[in-house]
Write a protein that binds this ligand. Structure first.
Ligand code: PEP
Ligand code: MG
Length: 554
């Protein structure tokens, strides 16, 4: 039986399963034999040990892993949590139980907030497990070392473990929990680890099972046949050949240039993106720099961070998105109000406009960073719904000295009026993650409706065509910076719909580059028609796969 989940990466791998040991059981609620002060000293020592250990691991891992592990270390030092543990210990319980309860209460609070915050609950559970393991004098549950390459199976791998995976032996990763924006997924993408997350039935896999982990299709094939293994082996060889291919600019078979850009959240990933052939940055998600800030960052602090990124891309295009706060990415200083439907709330440009001073500061910082560096800086507004909002943002950006200002198309209303939106904006960038969520009315964070969150849906493609056609008529660039751009076949379809550049996680660049090279612009347009004519997403995918075999130049 095949297991289905969310694939991270475009590759496929065949290997044998090794399971991560299960987490520690819940500690019994028994009175302590020690005094409260003795228990407090035990808890404090273990919390300190874990904080130091996580910080050291972060320094060793570097990159996004360092940020994640440092954030975890801060959890172990959180004064509110330590106070809560002390209150519970004063009631005469054990340090193990007090740590378990206090972290559990914090976790429930995060889960209640939903979205990005809820996905951080697993980070907190991991810290709790590590502290309790230390209290018990045990090693925390770690990645096994069977002495041969293997596919790691876990409930939901902790960030500390994902960050330090030895990629010489871990061929891939399968988790039964976790979603596309869990830290496991984020770190797996950054480290180019093939993974399937959220495969609920992975709990049935046992040590030694042979499986095919097909990240491109989001499937784990259990007990594969010889024919299935042979097909996987061919795909692995093809992918290896692509990885070794020269880092040419993105181009169709007929020479049409389609710049391939990287999605980045801070300058740490820039060197890797450049090494993988990124021709610039198509989406700099600035809100990720300030997720933990209680107050709005100053112009100086922002300028310094933006300059770091711009210096990595001298002479190249860098598209910076203004702070996209709300729903899955709450920023305390912009909008932390509790809303019943935050995805439909005061988010993106709406919240920036409600605090125009913060927007002005950000655009000012960007203009100053631009003046101090040599990159080609473009700015864009997130979550734009109307032509009036477009005019507002573009005028403000121009007023503050930024020459190229555009909008993200993530809301169907903006796509439907793309001709009028693009008449105001210098460019558009389509955020297919949100555009899909709003077109199909399916929360992108909710596993139970994940099947709707598919950008291959002809309704989504039809909106994209509307934007592509408007861009062509007005001579304005139209990019895609949602996950759809990282799907090699869909990337060709997007170009056929009129998209002029594609931005993605750097690990996807090689596959998309190779795919584009297989089709002329005419072929891409034919494939786009095939997709638009389908009745649903699976049908569009299947029809394009069939037609692509005929239309490829290879
Ligand atoms: C999108 O919505 O497609 C997008 C690129 O923005 P984000 O994923 O950050 O919301
Ligand atoms: Mg978005």
């Amino acid at each position: 039986m095949d297991l289905h989940g969310i694939g991270i990466g475009q590759g496929v791998v065949v290997g044998r399963v090794v399971r991560m040991s299960d987490p520690l059981p819940d500690p019994a609620d028994l009175p302590s034999e020690l005094t409260a002060d003795e228990e407090i000293a035990r808890a404090a020592a273990s919390l300190r040990f874990v904080a130091t250990n996580l910080t050291e691991r972060g320094a060793h891992a570097g990159g996004a892993a360092r940020d994640v592990l440092e954030a975890q270390a801060l959890m172990a030092e959180d004064p509110a949590l330590i106070d809560d543990i002390a209150v519970r210990l004063a009631r005469g319980t054990t340090a193990e139980r007090a740590v378990f309860e206090a972290f559990g209460a914090f976790r429930d609070m995060l889960t209640g907030l939903g979205g990005y915050m809820a996905e951080r609950a697993v980070d907190l559970d991991d810290v709790s497990q590590r502290v309790r393991a230390h209290l018990a004098g045990q090693a925390p549950s770690e990645v096994p070392d069977p002495g041969h390459p293997f596919i790691l199976v876990a409930r939901d791998l902790a960030p500390a473990d994902t960050a330090l995976l030895n990629l010489d032996v871990v061929l891939g990763l399968i988790t039964s929990g976790g979603g596309p924006t869990s830290h496991t997924a984020i770190l797996a993408r950054e480290k180019s680890i093939l993974a399937i997350v959220g495969a609920a039935q992975a709990t049935d896999l046992v040590d030694g099972d042979e499986v095919i982990l097909d990240a491109a299709r989001g499937v784990v094939v259990t007990d594969p046949t010889d024919a299935q293994k042979a097909e996987a082996t061919t795909r692995i060889a093809e992918r290896l050949a692509r990885r070794d291919a020269p880092l040419t600019p993105g181009m169709l078979a007929d020479g049409t240039a389609i710049p391939l850009l990287a999605n980045l959240a801070n300058a740490d990933g820039a060197a890797n993106a450049v090494a993988l052939g990124a021709e610039g940055v198509g989406l700099f998600r600035t809100e990720f720099l300030f997720l933990d800030s209680a107050t709005a960052p100053s112009v100086e602090v922002q300028q310094q961070k933006y300059e770091l990124m711009l210096r990595e891309f001298a002479g190249k295009k860098v598209v910076v998105r203004a702070l996209d706060a709300g729903a899955d990415k709450p920023l305390a200083f912009l909008n932390d109000a509790v809303e019943e439907n935050p995805a439909l709330g005061l988010r993106g440009l709406r919240s920036l406009r409600a605090s125009e001073g913060i927007l002005r500061d950000q655009l000012t910082a960007l203009a100053q960073a631009d003046a101090a560096t040599d990159a080609d800086l473009w700015v864009m507004a997130p979550m734009v719904a109307t032509v009036e909002e477009t005019a507002y943002f573009v005028a403000l950006a121009h007023e503050l000295g930024l020459t190229t200002a555009g909008v993200m198309i993530e809301i169907p209303s903006a796509a439907l009026l793309a001709d009028r939106v693009l008449a105001q904006a210098d460019f558009a960038s389509i955020g297919t993650n949100d555009l899909t969520q709003y077109t199909l009315a399916a929360d992108r964070m909710l596993g139970s409706v994940a099947a709707y969150q598919d950008p291959w849906h002809p309704a989504v493609l039809s909106l994209i065509r509307q934007v592509g056609s408007a861009g062509a008529a007005l001579g304005k660039p139209v990019g895609v910076c949602g996950e759809a751009a990282a799907d090699p076949m869909l990337a060709v379809v997007l170009v056929g719909l009129g998209v002029t550049s594609l931005s993605m996680s750097a690990s996807a660049l090689a596959d998309v580059r190779a795919s584009l090279a297989g089709y002329t612009l005419d072929a891409a347009r034919s494939l786009a028609e095939v997709a638009l004519d389908a009745v649903g997403a699976p049908e569009a995918r299947a029809a394009v796969a069939e037609a692509a075999a005929r239309l490829s130049v290879h």
